[in-house]
Design a protein around this ligand. Structure first.
Ligand SMILES: Cc1ncc(COP(=O)(O)O)c(C=O)c1O
Length: 360
């Protein structure tokens, strides 16, 4: 194994996917301190980290309900193999084959899934009966993304009423996820976040008014982790990016723990070429990765290299090592087989990214 335990940062073979464990622990502890004595609990979303080991670290830090979210059935399979038994697939599972896999997981774990469509709900029930299992369902509420989720509280009530009548289905509650664009001020973040969370709660209250109990309100993400504390009705937050972070949330109280360590392989006047390119760092939506601590601008993103124009007065040499920071943690992690965990510049461990490539 290259980059084995005890290796100093200066001797690490590059490119390498690094997690700074001190930063990871500090991010996770920020949430666990906020949630420890609260009604609100973290249900870590593992679509970002794709690692039962890291999910375990989040749960063990405290402030968690012990469960995790996944986006896909195949990610849920990985998390169950990693020892988790309380899973919310915070997404729609619609094809027969995947529903059968979901039912087979329900023999090992408490499985819950998002719903926003009556035919899908009937199909979930049909397969749950066939496999003699019970599937928990949460009505997904669209608050802003227009991706999935019901568009009105009337539709949410209709689905909840139908769900409580179905065999093999256990109606659990509601869920939502939303995002915020750009770099909001603190006031904007709270205003937008409160607005979204209240849309989700409106459906929750309408379902209760129809006489149906709502046990779970699962919502959010990184940018509302603290805003949700204001609402006693919200039971859990689906936090993803906060643990390892990326460049998109400089306004949140978390630091970037995941980085690609890379070597300068060429220098041309004010430009440096490094040995990390598109194959090892994802940059969706034209978002550009940046070199940590170096005033620079991306010139070209090759497959196995990238070129950066430097605008500070420091002297760089071929062989120097730098950290590349990503704008999209999920895509970055899905490109790698392993994380290398470092603490104070020494490799402390290396962990397989078991959910890597789980697209189904
Ligand atoms: C349904 C759902 N919940 C939670 C999250 C986590 O969001 P974040 O990474 O901003 O914490 C995502 C991320 O895309 C998501 O799709």
């Amino acid at each position: 194994m290259i980059n084995k335990i005890g290796t100093h940062l200066k001797d690490i073979e590059t490119p390498e996917l690094i997690i700074d464990l001190d930063i990871l622990e500090s991010n996770v502890n920020t949430v666990s301190k906020a949630y420890k004595d609260s009604h609100l609990k973290m249900r870590a979303h593992t679509k970002n980290l794709k690692s039962p080991y890291l999910a375990r670290k989040q749960v063990e830090a405290g402030g968690s309900n012990g469960g995790v979210c996944t986006a896909k059935v195949s990610e849920a399979e990985v998390m169950i193999e990693g020892g988790f038994n309380n899973i919310l697939i915070a997404n729609q599972v619609v094809s027969d084959d995947k529903i059968e896999r979901l039912c087979s997981l329900a023999k090992f774990a408490d499985m819950k899934v998002g719903i926003d469509n009556i035919d899908n709900l009937n199909n979930l029930s049909k397969f749950a009966i066939k496999h003699n299992v019970v599937l928990g369902v949460l009505v997904e509420i669209n608050t802003s993304m227009f991706r999935c989720g019901v568009r009105s509280s009337e539709h949410a009530v209709e689905l909840a009423k139908h769900a409580v009548e179905l065999e093999g289905i256990d109606f659990k509650g509601v869920m939502s996820h939303q995002s915020i664009k750009g770099l909001p001020t603190e006031d904007e973040r709270w205003k937008v976040g409160e607005g979204y969370l209240e849309i989700c709660l409106e459906s929750k209250r309408a379902i209760e008014e129809a006489g149906i109990d709502v046990e779970i309100v699962s919502t959010g993400e990184t940018f509302t982790f603290d805003i949700a504390l204001k609402y006693p009705e919200i039971t859990e937050i689906q936090g993803g990016t906060y643990a390892l972070m990326d460049l998109n949330y400089p306004y949140m109280p978390f630091d970037i723990a995941v980085k690609v360590f890379s070597t300068i392989i060429d220098i041309d006047d004010d430009k440096i070429t490094i040995d990390a390119g598109n194959k090892c760092i994802a940059a969706p939506n034209n978002a550009t990765p940046l070199i940590e601590g170096v005033k620079s601008e991306l010139v070209e993103m090759g497959l196995d290299y990238s070129i950066h124009k430097i605008s500070d007065n420091k002297k760089y040499n071929i062989g120097d090592k730098v950290y590349l920071l990503t704008t999209h943690e999920d895509g970055l992690i899905n490109r790698w087989d392993k994380f290398v965990g470092i603490r104070k510049e020494i490799v402390e461990g290396s962990w397989d990214i078991l959910g890597r490539g789980c697209h189904h």
